[in-house]
Each structure stands twice: as C-alpha cells, then as structure tokens.
Design a protein around this ligand. Structure first.
Ligand code: ATP
Ligand code: MG
Length: 545
C-alpha cells in the first residue's frame, strides 16, 4: 500500500480516530458465478489491503442468495485466486447461511408496517414506478393490514403461490426522487433448489435487501462497493436502520470500477469465450482472469502494485493495459534470469573454430549477487534470422555480409560467406571467430555495436513459444461489440531453439528471453518439449511516472 491515502482510507481513519469504530471490518463478496478477473483484484486489494493496514479483519463472503446452480469449480477457483494474490480471509462465509436472519428482518418490517405483500406482477410494478421526473403510484395492495401481510408472507414461504404471483415490498416512498426508494421489492418467489439450503426456501431476498443485512449481521464497518450502487445507498441505510441492527452500522462507500483498455471484464462474456471454445478455459493465459494472468506469468506482486498505483477514484475511467504491463515488467526485470532463445533459427558455422567449451554467462544482472551458468559453445550455432541482413539498411549493427557482431557472453564473429539456395534463401552463414575477443577478456581491438543471442546447434533444445496478444483488437467506430473484436491472432505458436539450461526449469518459472521478452514455462510442457508463454515484451512504452 502506498503512503498516499484516498477517500476510502480517509473515512476509515476518521472513523477510527473519532471512536465510531474500534476496529475496521471489510468483506469481499463475490457471486460464485465465474472466475475472478483483474477488476476483482482491485476490490480485493482495497478490502484486504485496508484491513491489513489498519489492523482490522476482512471476510470472504459468497454472495449466493440467488438460487442459481452452485458451481463448485467457481468457489474453488475464487479461493485459490485470492490466496495466490497474497491475501488471507479471517472468515469464510456464505450469505445463504443467513436466510433465517433475512426472513426475521422481513417479518420485523411487516410488523412495523414497513413492508407489504404486493400482487402486482413485475411489469405492473415497473409501470407504476414512475420516472426520474414523475413520482410513482401507490400499489393497490400498499395498505394491507399487518395481519394480512403476515399471513400472505407466510403463505408465500409455504409455497402456496407460483413464481412472480406475489412479492414483498418495502413501504418507503413512491414519490421519492430516488427511484430505488419507491417501494422496492425485497423478497420474491422462486421455486428453485438452492445449493446450500436445498428446498427449504421458495422465497429469496433481493440483493438490495440481503446485502445490507449480510454486512450488518457480520459486523462489517465499511462496505466498499462499486459506483453503480451509489444510488442504492439510501436503501442500504434504510434497511440497516429499519431492521434495527446494533450500532455501529456498516457504511457503504463506493468507488469507480477498474476498467482496462481492450479488456473484457464481463463475466458473461468471458463465460461465452470459454463455452464457445475461443479460449482453452477460464485460465487460458490470454484471459483477464486472475487464473489466466497467473498462467500467463504475471507475478501477484505486480498485480497488487498495479492496483495500488492506479489508486481509487470516484469517476469511471479506463486505464491503459500498458500500465499493468509496465508493473509486470518492473518485477520481471528485477527478478528473472536472462536466457538465450532463438525464435527463427539460421545456422552459423564457425569455420576457424573446432573446439567446444562451456562459457560462463550471467544470469540476472539485477540480482543482489550476480550468478553465472555454463552455456555450451561450439562450431555450429543458431542465431536468429532477424539478426542477419543480406541488404542491411544504414546503421545496421547486427550481422551482415563481411560484418562483425558480438555473440552474447562469447566471441565476436565475422561473416565471411553466405550460403544460399537456388531461390536465394539464406541457408547458412560461414563465419570466423575473431581472435582474443572472448567476452570479459577482449583484447582484439575490434569495436562492435551489436550483441546478439545464439544457441549451440549441437547442444540446444527445441521448445514451443506461444506469442500471446490481447484477446480483443482495438475498437473502431464500426466495431465496438466484444464478439466482433475477437483477435484471431491472439495466439501464435513458434517452434524455437533454446539453450539447454531451460531443461531444468519448472512450470511457472519465468525468464527473460534476451532481446525478445519475458516468458513463463507453461503447464502444457512435457518431458519432450518445453512450452513457454510470452508474459510481456521487453519494450516499455508506458510511462508510469
Ligand atoms: P457480475 O456483474 O458479472 O456479477 P460483479 O462485478 O458484480 O460481476 P461480483 O462477483 O459480484 O462480480 O463482484 C465481487 C466484488 O468485486 C464486488 O464487490 C464488486 O463490486 C467487485 N468488482 C467486480 N468488478 C470490479 C471491477 N471491475 N473493479 C472493481 N471492483 C470490481
Ligand atoms: Mg454481481
């Protein structure tokens, strides 16, 4: 957490200083209907971050008041992702465990004359709600007696009515300028089995009624949510007050959702990508889910750092995806070993070199203690075809006919001859090693500007490199719809040659492929072939400051 405070934090400090709350308590309340994505990371960082920073507690509470089919897969993934991001909940809770509390609250409201059973159907309720400029009209059932309401509500609970036949509404104010306060529905009939409570209930609380009760019942002090709930806050406060929860009451604080350029955060759409097979699963490394980003090789630390740096805002906006990548790159630049990989190999033969040796090549120049590994070097090498040019433009510092280049950690070589096939394709470069030009001990007197990576052709490994890109192409005026913006080139697979040291790497290990980018070993790797995902490129065009 940075030293800069934001409006959420200021409220917390104020409430602690004034003694309004003794300790803070927050919660992260996901609906278990999909995997967590980078937007959820923002909410996680705020809720868990505040609790941690101010010595409070943060609960993980599944918002499972909808009797939708529970998906154990989602529940498991949510817990795994939160732990991976580096947070630990103080309690694990299910909102559905409070159905009795919510039912008691509804009874209390009815007895206070603050709720009534209404026979209008959804369409009729909508039509009598009024508009932003017009007040609503009272339901003809608004003035039912407490006794009648108690009887009807009990019958609703007993299953006497069909879905939608009756609802329970809060009796607030049909002329309120805030539409949410115009006698909102707080309970509806749904004859559906709930994953937790089975067939016990056929009436279920609405979100706006359930959420404040969940918070108040648990002792949440600061209920942090996204901006679209701002207009619901008066209802939130009304529910807590009228249900007569003990003080201090939880207070809802809203902040702007995190949106990223070219990034889908709608669970519905992400689900569609999975179901239609556009991606390999929720954890496809191109997905903006936390499990996708984990597999993509994003360090949890970088995601936390990003959430912290973008800060908390009251206004919706879109953050450049490049900002997240810059945070990822920063951690990787600090932490990863550099290795040599040739994506597009072209053969080099060193005509004046007949030995083979093991060279000491630096692992990570940014490490506190720099270490070295042994890299085989011999007569036959591969370099990248892109590092050679038959017709080089001016200021071309890589290899060219009759030119010099330094092989990273090895020698300077000179290109003596280019072997081409009939069509003119370059087949092989015949080069010579410059005498006394060994890295770290170069007395050759030859100055070269270009340094390129290479691998020993007789002692290297084949690997698969997955060049991952954004799932969406840039929006244009014509094409704004996510479905039409799917980037068909978001996964390009390359068969590359890499140095042998990568043989010992484990799934999840991250590297800088020198001069190429950052890569992570994917779980699709086998004993025969290592598979690497591109995490992010080397170039940082995003200014974080
Ligand atoms: P859906 O609308 O698909 O249900 P949701 O965003 O409401 O998605 P939840 O599982 O209900 O998903 O969200 C859990 C918590 O994460 C909520 O408190 C929500 O406000 C927060 N959250 C979700 N998306 C974002 C986002 N993009 N930025 C910040 N917080 C988010
Ligand atoms: Mg939701």
């Amino acid at each position: 957490m940075s030293e800069n405070t934001n409006f959420i934090e200021e409220r917390i400090i104020e409430d602690l200083n004034s003694g309004k709350v003794k300790a803070i308590q927050t919660r992260f309340p996901p609906e278990p209907n999909g995997y967590l994505h980078i937007g959820h990371a923002k909410s996680l960082c705020i809720n868990f971050g505040m609790a941690r920073k101010y010595g409070g507690k943060c609960f993980l509470r599944y918002d499972d008041t909808n009797p939708v089919k529970e998906d154990e897969e989602y529940v498991q993934s949510i817990e795994e992702d939160i732990k991976w991001l580096g947070f630990k909940w103080d309690k694990l809770l299910f909102a559905s465990d409070y159905f009795d509390v919510m039912y008691e609250c509804a009874l209390k409201l009815i007895k206070k004359g603050k709720a009534y059973v209404c026979d209008l159907n959804a369409e009729q309720i909508k039509q009598t709600r009024g508009t932003l400029t017009q007040p609503g009209t009272d339901s003809p059932y608004r003035n039912r007696s407490v006794e009648e309401n108690l009887r009807l509500f009990a019958e609703m609970k007993e299953g006497k009515y069909q879905d939608g036949e009756k609802v329970l509404r809060a009796k607030i104010d049909m002329a309120s300028p805030n539409v949410n306060m115009r006698d909102p529905v707080i309970y509806r009939i749904v004859h559906a089995r709930h994953h937790n409570t089975g067939d016990k209930w056929c009436i279920y609380p609405m979100y706006d009624f359930a959420h404040p009760i969940e918070d108040a019942h648990e002792g949440t002090t600061h209920s942090i949510c996204t901006l679209e709930f701002e207009d619901h806050r008066p209802l939130y406060d009304w529910v807590v007050r009228e249900c007569e929860f003990a003080q201090p009451h939880p207070q809802q604080i809203e902040f702007a959702r995190l949106n990223l350029t070219n990034t889908i955060m709608s669970k519905r759409f992400l689900k569609r990508l999975v179901e239609e097979g556009k991606v390999s699963g929720w954890d496809d490394p191109r997905m903006p889910t936390l499990s996708g980003m984990r597999r993509r090789g994003y360090p949890a630390e970088a995601i936390r750092d990003f959430c912290d740096r973008v800060g908390v805002s009251k206004a919706n906006s879109e953050v450049e995806f490049g900002y997240l990548e810059a945070c990822v790159r920063e951690v990787l630049n600090r932490d990863t070993d550099r290795v040599m990989v040739v994506l597009n190999p072209i053969k080099v033969t060193l005509t004046n070199y007949d030995e083979s040796e093991l060279l000491d090549v630096e692992n990570n120049p940014n490490a506190q203690t720099v270490t070295y590994r042994k890299v085989p070097f011999g007569k036959h090498l591969y370099i990248d075809a892109d590092d050679f040019s038959l017709n080089p433009p001016p200021k071309y510092y890589r290899l060219k006919p009759d030119g010099y280049v330094r092989l990273k950690g090895a020698y300077i070589i000179h290109c003596d001859e280019v072997a081409q096939d009939k069509k003119g394709n370059v087949k092989e470069l015949l080069c010579s090693v410059v005498k006394d030009s060994k890295s770290g001990n170069d007395t050759s007197g030859i100055k070269v500007k270009g340094v390129i990576q290479w691998v020993d052709a007789d002692d290297c490994m084949d690997c698969e490199v997955r060049q991952l890109d954004s799932l969406l192409v840039d929006a244009t005026d014509e094409v704004k719809d996510f479905a039409e913006r799917f980037n068909e080139n978001s996964l390009v697979t390359i068969n590359a040659k890499c140095e042998k040291s990568l043989k010992n790497s484990k799934v999840g290990d991250r590297f800088q492929f020198m001069r190429i980018g950052y890569y992570v070993k994917d779980r699709d790797s086998s004993a025969k072939k290592a598979v690497f995902n591109r995490i992010v490129g080397l170039k940082d065009s995003f200014k974080t400051k």
